[in-house]
Design a protein. Structure first.
Ligand SMILES: Nc1ncnc2c1ncn2[C@@H]1O[C@H](COP(=O)(O)OP(=O)(O)O)[C@@H](O)[C@H]1O
Ligand SMILES: [Mg+2]
Length: 262
């Protein structure tokens, strides 16, 4: 286990000027250090700045002030060491499944036989070998997410930015995808990717995260380590410690939990 710092937000601020002239501070003086290999879930009410923070880290947007440092180098734009998956539109509809998974490798100049081998390996690991030649339109929503996850891992990015990737899926599919994602993240012998995963689902955050960062009005309102052992299941998530954290998170989201003992 290494604790080398992978990402550092230093007093990051992002202001927008809306069409009506109003100023919005989407991210307000965020400072945060994420060590290599950590799985961080970002949670907070709608509009609190989660997606903005991810876009800034992706290099798709720039801070109004402050800086974001990735492996000791300030971010100036997008790069292949950062992969993204969004809630929608994370696969190219005009490419077959296997070509979607290979795309990033192709962009990086990896030769055809090698990238096919890597893509097939990741497709197998997300359980999609049987549809490698299919078109995205032929797949279910859950299968499309498997393709997107296979692609982002196959591309080899050390940092994965996932913005509510499972938000539109049904409960059962979402839970299956948690297992798929964690199996790839926690492959024995492989270096763990550093993950920033945005969600508004408390149970999802508790299932996945090493650490849950709570945002509120553009600021970090809480930063909670989750020490529960892995793999986690409904029992490991039912300990008094985790239930206490769950109540705290729900309160952060404005949901008062009546009858909480914790
Ligand atoms: N491009 C933009 N122009 C103007 N306002 C924006 C823009 N992007 C985000 N905002 C505003 O910034 C705030 C944070 O948005 P966002 O990061 O999308 O929140 P979240 O992902 O937590 O729901 C919101 O008030 C939103 O309306
Ligand atoms: Mg968002």
């Amino acid at each position: 286990m290494t604790s080398q710092r992978m990402i550092e937000f230093v007093h990051v601020r992002r202001e927008y000027r809306r069409a009506d002239g109003a100023h919005v501070t989407a991210v307000d003086d965020v400072s945060l250090i994420v060590p290599e290999g950590e799985f961080v879930c970002l949670i907070g009410p709608s509009g609190c700045g989660k997606s903005t923070l991810l876009q800034l880290l992706a290099g798709l947007d720039a801070p109004t002030s402050g800086s974001i440092v990735l492996k000791a180098k300030e971010i100036e734009g997008p790069g292949p060491e950062r992969g993204m998956v969004f809630q929608r539109d994370s696969v190219f509809p005009w490419m077959r499944v296997i070509d979607n998974v290979e795309y990033g490798l192709k962009c990086r100049g990896v030769r055809a036989p090698e990238r096919r081998r890597i893509a097939r390996d990741y497709l197998a690991r997300v359980g999609l070998t049987h549809v490698e030649g299919a078109w995205p339109r032929e797949l279910s929503g859950g299968m499309l997410k498997r393709v997107a996850i296979a692609a982002v891992f196959a591309n080899g990015g050390e940092v994965l930015l996932l913005d509510e990737p499972f938000g539109a899926l049904d409960y059962v599919t979402r839970r299956q995808l948690h297992d798929v994602l964690l199996a790839l993240w926690d492959t024995p012998g492989a270096t763990r990717r550093t993950v920033l995963f945005v969600t508004h689902d408390v149970d999802e955050a508790l299932t996945l995260a090493d650490r849950i960062v709570v945002m509120h009005s553009g600021r970090i309102a809480d930063d909670i380590p989750i020490a529960a052992m892995r793999p986690r299941n409904d029992d490991t998530l039912a300990t008094p410690e985790i239930i206490a954290i769950k109540h705290k998170l729900l309160a952060h989201l404005g949901l008062q939990t009546k009858g909480a003992h914790a």
